[in-house]
Write a new protein. Structure first.
Ligand code: ADP
Length: 434
């Protein structure tokens, strides 16, 4: 049995392989270019494994397979809704069987504590079960229209392109796959380049569950190459994306410029928490603490600003600071640890830069503010008080930004005040003047 602190050799012993290739038409294959890219463990900074780097040529193959699988007389299209339910439930039981594998891979690739990764697996199972029940419940209307018969018929749109980020790799995949499979679409997914491993394991499980070839395809690779090829593709009928506002705009534009494919974007927020004077300070501070620090602050809805009524301000700051100081940061496989590393070195440096700017602009550092050790990308849970809305830390999202050529650009960040998007770390703001 695979242990919590996953050892890839144990994985290989269980499965006779480690899936690091692209998944196209139910086969694991190398990228056409032969290229690979590294994925690192953010808790150690060490390479986990190299993964195939797909780009346009591979996306073309995947889309062709997905299109073929969606053909009117294909095996997939001929399945009844309840047969799709059965397949999704079979996938659920395989996820349940491999719960420890998925949680371990996720913790290793993303850095989140094992208990949180395990909860993500649980949530994935619940989500697939939920959508398994929807296969036969999308119904059309009959419309009174005089002596003509008017009715609507709901049909799957076809090939769906799916592009996801690194903060909840397995859950993001689930939220995209489950509804698309329930209604009978076929899928070309690109996981985030920082966290490709659970998606590849899920691809293997989808094959084992019996999804016909081409229904699910996974292309690991970078955004401006593989991701762009998806959003620009003429044979993709819909693109769904979770990530930054900036890339969301690019995707919407690409969809419009290509075939006017449907677009669904899930972007982010620099979400404020507001605490009124009649709140129970202990309860409110506990909620605000979890709102920010869960998943290392790396959630689109992380409560990265907290506005507190001045009557309870000092009391609240003291309580919130105590909670942040008590939060244990470290090895995500240690059961007592609540917080692992940030996703990568780039992000760690970005957060440290924002902390520096908070200090320089006159916010009061209540606790934290420093990197922990020099192995992995850990940062102390950090709280600023006496922040005003003009300060950079109150206005800007803490996030990574791409340059055009697939590597991260250093020291550039998102500067639009009212564009909310939070992959936001460790900084909690308290503004007296609100
Ligand atoms: P985050 O801030 O969460 O890293 P991004 O929006 O930068 O969010 O990335 C989310 C996903 O979008 C990742 O899978 C990334 O590879 C992909 N992506 C990045 N740039 C592009 C692009 N130009 N076109 C399509 N997808 C992209």
């Amino acid at each position: 049995k695979l242990l919590k602190n996953i050892d890839l050799r144990l994985y290989v012993r269980r499965y006779n392989c480690f899936n690091v290739q692209l998944f196209i038409n139910n086969e694991f294959v190398d990228a056409k270019s032969g290229k690979k890219f590294p994925t690192y463990n953010p808790a150690t900074g060490k390479l986990i494994v190299e993964v195939a780097e797909g780009d346009k040529a591979d996306v073309d193959l995947a889309v062709a397979a997905a299109k073929q699988a969606f053909h009117r007389n294909s095996e997939w299209r001929k399945l009844s809704p309840l047969q799709r339910t059965d397949l999704i439930l079979k996938l659920c039981s395989l996820i349940e069987r491999d719960r420890d594998v998925l949680a371990s891979l996720e913790t290793q690739d993303n850095g989140k504590p094992y208990a949180e990764a395990d909860f993500d697996v649980e949530a994935a199972i619940m989500t697939f079960k939920y959508y398994a029940g929807w296969t036969d419940k999308f119904v059309g209307d009959t419309i009174p229209a005089g002596d003509i018969i008017a009715q609507t018929l709901k049909e799957p749109v076809g090939v769906v392109g799916q592009i996801i980020p690194w903060n909840y790799p397995l859950l993001m995949l689930t939220w995209k796959w489950a509804p698309a499979l329930a209604v009978g679409c076929t899928i070309v997914m690109k996981p985030a380049e920082q966290t490709p491993l659970t998606a590849l394991h899920m691809a293997a499980l989808a094959k084992e569950a019996g999804f016909p070839a081409g229904v699910i395809n996974v292309i690991t690779g970078y955004g401006p190459t593989a991701g762009a090829a998806i959003s620009e593709h003429h044979d993709i009928q819909k693109v769904v994306f979770t990530g930054s506002v900036e890339i969301g705009r690019i995707i919407m534009e690409a969809a419009a410029h290509s075939n006017l494919k449907r677009v669904t974007l899930e972007l982010g927020g620099k979400s404020p928490v507001v605490v009124f004077e009649d709140a129970d300070v202990d309860v409110a501070a506990g909620i605000a603490h979890e709102a920010l620090f869960s998943n290392h602050g790396q959630s689109c809805c992380a409560g990265s600003r907290t506005y507190v009524h001045e009557k309870i301000y000092d009391q609240f700051v003291a309580k919130a600071t105590a909670l942040a100081k008590a939060r244990k940061v470290g090895n995500p496989f240690d059961e007592t640890v609540k917080q692992g590393p940030q996703i990568d070195e780039e992000m760690m440096n970005k957060v440290l830069g924002y902390i520096e700017s908070g200090k320089q602009q006159g916010a009061k550092l209540q606790c934290g503010g420093k990197r922990i050790g020099n192995v992995g990308y850990f940062i102390e849970p950090t709280i600023f008080s006496d922040v005003n809305d003009k300060m950079k830390i109150a206005q800007e999202e803490v996030r990574l930004e791409y340059n055009k050529f697939a590597k991260f650009s250093l020291n550039s960040f998102f500067t639009h005040r009212f564009w909310p998007r939070t992959i936001n770390l460790q900084i909690q703001f308290f503004g007296r003047d609100h």
